[in-house]
Design a protein around this ligand. Structure first.
Ligand code: HEM
Length: 562
């Protein structure tokens, strides 16, 4: 056989493999896209023109660095409109409060889109963030008590201690570098919130905040996994649609695997330690077995182990080892970057409203303690208004999605007109249709909040508009923590933690934005973090000029009077 024949056979074989591969992709893709391209009832809805066949509207949304497109589209195309995602598939964007409420409360018919979350699922497994149906209900039932008011009251000491530690770290930085100094506040806040969720959730100290602490591998692994690529990550998208692409181990996949292995190791150690502790206690007390009553703690880890080990609970209510282990990365992820990002944006908002920053500081300094209790923090009215307003305007999770598990009719408060000029007071969805809930856009809808909806104005909470009572979010008539059975389990936790942070930091320092507000952009990703437009690496940062607060004589008099 001549060389040319061998080359020809090789070329034909390669071509056949490529065609088979493309065929397999089409085989998988077509049943998903064809009904949504041609049969979805959503196609009759208005929406912005798709700017790319492959990416739909996603490129302009995620790469512009702005967070106003959902607001603009809602204003232009009404309470039920379509935008286009990958392969130009239509997605229903709802900004109607009744419609959103319907989707959120019917959680058995609307699941989280699994394809968009495969990367997260690799990391979190069967944690409460990603499970559905009965498995989810069971996990929520077991864990809810760990996030009730009395448990959060006990955790406040950790929030306050770690907030003061961050304050001292920044004060030491000012001592070393001179005042004022530019500090990337999101870095310190990220370490603080990781330390807090480690301690409060699992009694594990990452010591990531302490300058003398051991180098923290997990904190670094988190940073790698949650730093989103600057360009649209084609391989990640393909992998999420077609798991076969997992054979290509790019950096992201390697980072996820590294973080997963580390969390698995840490989680297994924590669980083994706690189980040993419980077994020791029960043998000392000679209880003759581990029962519900013998495990009294209501902290997260004890509740999980109780559901795993207690001999007097039915098998149907028992958590498997795998489920217990999955909650460790789930809570580290869900409870860490969210509160960090929320507090970062709150400090940013205070730099843009110096009068509000001064008013808040005066209120905080009027309380004569470095270690406030939860009740003291919750009784500060302006602090409460600042936290509400910043969580409204700068919701860290700007949007979420759901997939219709069956055809449905979603009732609406506000009617809309379709492409054929027909007016509807409901919208029909088919099985498999995706619904986008634009949390941030709803928090800033002018028809609910008034013409100044896009301004940071804490005083609006003195007399909130009556219209917002129809927003059925789990907290404060905003959608930041969502609503319904899948609302954020940790909302009380993060509000008290945020208040403790602001209490320690705003009393000690004055903050100014180190760059123009126009230079700050939003990173793409589930949590919307800040970055600098000029920085090609897309690294998360919020550079603030920080100086110690030294009251002028007139301010001292105001504080003394307060
Ligand atoms: C400002 C801070 C936070 C914000 C804005 C926030 C927001 C949210 C949102 C919007 C969801 C729903 C996601 C969806 O269904 O698509 C959610 C779920 C969740 N959050 Fe938070 N969260 C915050 C802090 C926390 C904290 C501190 C914890 C834990 C200590 C936590 C734990 C969770 C968990 C476990 C879920 C899944 C709940 C379920 O599906 O049943 N979150 N969060």
């Amino acid at each position: 056989m001549g060389i040319s024949t061998v080359l020809s056979i090789l070329a034909k074989t390669t071509l056949a493999i490529i065609l088979a591969f493309l065929g397999a992709i089409l085989w998988k893709l077509l049943p998903i896209v064809l009904p949504r391209w041609f049969a979805s009832p959503l196609l009759r809805l208005h929406g912005p023109p798709s700017t790319s066949w492959l990416f739909g509207n996603l490129k302009e949304k995620h790469l512009s660095g702005d967070d106003l497109l959902n607001d603009k589209w809602a204003k232009e195309y009404g309470p039920a409109c379509i935008i286009r995602e990958f392969f130009s598939m239509p997605v229903l964007m709802l900004t109607d409060t009744r419609g959103i409420n319907h989707v959120l409360t019917h959680s058995a018919h609307y699941f989280k889109p699994s394809q968009a979350q495969r990367d997260l699922a690799r990391l979190l497994g069967t944690g409460v963030l990603l499970t559905e149906g009965e498995q989810h209900r069971q996990q929520r039932r077991i864990m809810n008590p760990a996030f009730g008011p009395s448990q959060i009251r006990e955790l406040t000491e950790i929030f306050v201690e770690k907030s003061n530690e961050l304050r001292d770290v920044w004060a030491a930085e000012l001592d070393a570098k001179g005042e004022p100094t530019c500090i990337n506040v999101s870095r310190g806040l990220s370490k603080m919130t990781l330390d807090v969720i480690g301690l409060a959730g699992f009694n594990y100290d990452f010591i990531s905040l302490s300058p003398n602490g051991r180098p923290n591998e997990l904190a670094k692994a988190f940073e790698d996994v949650f730093t989103f690529p600057v360009k649209i990550p084609i391989l990640m998208i393909l992998r999420n649609l077609f798991p076969v692409f997992e054979i290509i181990k790019d950096k992201r996949l390697r980072d996820i695997e590294h973080a997963r292995q580390m969390m698995h190791r840490i989680g297994s150690e924590l669980i083994a330690q706690k189980k040993a502790e419980i077994l020791r206690e029960s043998s000392e007390k000679k209880t003759g077995g581990i029962g519900r009553q013998s495990l009294q703690g209501r902290d997260l880890l004890t509740l999980l182990i109780k559901a795993n080990m207690a001999t007097d609970i039915p098998d149907s209510q028992r958590l498997s080892d795998e489920d217990v282990l999955a909650q460790v990365p789930t809570f580290l992820v869900a409870g860490h970057e969210t509160t960090n990002t929320a507090t970062t944006w709150c400090l940013y908002a205070l730099t843009q409203a110096p009068a509000a920053q001064r008013k808040l500081r005066a209120e905080l300094l009027a309380l004569d303690t470095d270690t406030p209790t939860m009740d003291e923090l919750m009784a500060l009215p302006y602090l409460d208004m600042v936290v509400r307003e910043s969580l409204r305007l700068h919701a860290p999770i700007p949007e979420t999605g759901r997939v219709a598990m069956r055809a449905d009719v979603i009732p609406l408060d506000r009617p809309f007109t379709d492409r054929d000029g027909v007016v509807h007071d409901h919208v029909k969805v088919a099985k498999g249709d995706v619904i986008l809930i634009p949390i941030k856009a709803l928090n800033r809808l002018e028809s609910l909040w008034g013409p100044d909806a896009h301004e940071f104005r804490p005083e609006r909470w003195e007399t909130p508009p009556a219209a917002i009572s129809c927003i059925t979010g789990v907290w404060g008539h905003i959608l930041t923590f969502l609503g319904g059975p899948r609302a954020c389990i940790g909302y009380r936790f993060s509000i008290v933690e945020m208040k403790a942070l602001l209490y320690a930091l705003v009393r000690a320092f004055e903050f100014e934005l180190a760059v123009s507000p126009r230079d700050i952009k939003m990173t793409p990703g589930i949590v919307q973090r800040p970055a600098l437009r000029a920085d090609p690496t897309g690294a998360v940062q919020m550079p603030l000029v920080v100086r110690r607060y030294r009251p002028s004589e007139s301010e001292s008099a105001v504080v003394a009077a307060a």
